[in-house]
Design a protein around this ligand. Structure first.
Ligand code: PBG
Length: 322
């Protein structure tokens, strides 16, 4: 076997898995204001950006050959109905209109995350009904607002809408709302089997979306369940999902692999905030070599079967890939 490992040229020739900048998607966190570039403590190199700063960041991504952006918004005001998620002048809608006027950003696919958690006062991904000490995240009331959110983001210019809420039936409802709004060309990238993961911890600082009470385990999946993940994907396909987004990535490579074996539609994986933070924590201590570890983590996700990767390393990896 070692004959084919002798030189880098031979190794490159027989390499089975490749990364390229166009298959990397960079998440952006949009916030109100001007000239705002607020660092996220647990995610070195990641910021909350006001629109003017976000434009600079996006232009840099386009120059690096990155495939697209995944947009999240931190609204000025939150309420029980997540008004900021579906308002015509919502923070992501406003940014999308601006981005779409900028020809330098044409090479980027603009993906909009569709969820209510950044916009609800309680931080849950749907509408909450309270009954004394108990609470319940309502499915159908949430789906109605999510569908409205997806249509509003697509109308503002999102190339792809990406539901991450894990309510039942949201993909069908979004397809219907998009088609009814003349947005039949907008694909749905479904986070079909999103697990209730501790690895989202740092994101909740970045997106200011930590639930104020309880947790997300009544709607996101139990991390122990592989067969159930396949059922979730089948349902989303039947409802009209165009693409899949698997999440988290590294602790769930087996799920990515099985989904790749079973389903033929385009599939991405999200290397989530906690995966990024834990690697950075080790880089800061000098315990892991940053560039090699980053590239190995991304290669493993591609090897498992993901066509593209949403990652906070997108810019760094694109620079390495040249
Ligand atoms: C919104 C959403 C979350 C992430 C993507 N979309 C947070 C959550 O479900 O709590 C996590 C992304 C990351 O950790 O990088 N629901």
């Amino acid at each position: 076997m070692r004959r084919l490992r002798r030189t880098e040229a031979i190794r490159a020739l027989v390499r089975e898995t490749h990364l390229h900048p166009g298959a990397l998607i960079y998440p952006l966190f949009l916030c109100p204001g001007e000239g705002v570039r607020k660092p996220i403590g647990s995610m070195p190199g990641v910021f909350n950006l006001s629109l003017d700063e976000a434009v600079k960041e996006a232009e840099q991504c386009a120059m690096l050959g990155i495939g697209g952006l995944l947009l999240f918004g931190l609204p000025a005001e939150k309420d029980e109905q997540a008004t900021g998620a579906w308002a015509d002048d919502g923070i992501v809608q406003t940014a999308l209109r601006e981005f779409k006027k900028n020809r330098k950003l044409d090479p980027l696919v603009m993906m909009a995350d569709v969820c209510l958690c950044e916009y609800t006062s309680h931080g849950h991904c749907g509408v909450v009904a309270r009954d004394g000490d108990h609470y319940h995240v309502e499915n159908d009331a949430s789906v109605a607002l999510l569908a409205r959110t997806a249509a509003s983001l697509a109308k503002a210019g999102a190339d792809i809408v990406a539901p991450s809420d894990m309510m039942d039936g949201r993909v069908a409802a979004m397809r219907e709302a998009l088609d009814a709004g003349g947005l039949e060309q907008t694909p749905i990238l479904s986070y079909a089997s999103k697990f209730a993961s501790a690895f989202y911890g740092p994101f909740r600082e970045a997106a200011d979306s930590a639930p104020q009470f309880g947790d997300r385990r009544s709607y996101q999946m139990d991390g122990a369940n592989l067969r159930e993940a396949m059922r979730e994907i089948e349902l989303d396909l039947a409802e009209g999902a165009d693409m899949l987004l698997m999440k988290p990535a590294m602790p769930y490579l087996d799920v990515i692999h099985m989904a790749r074996e079973r389903f033929d539609l385009p599939m991405g994986a999200y290397q989530v905030s906690g995966e990024y933070s834990m690697l950075h924590a080790a880089f800061e201590r000098g315990w892991l070599e940053p560039e090699r570890t980053m590239m190995e983590s991304l290669t493993s996700i591609r090897r498992a079967g993901a066509d593209f990767i949403v990652t906070y390393f997108a810019k760094d990896a694109a620079k390495v890939l040249g």
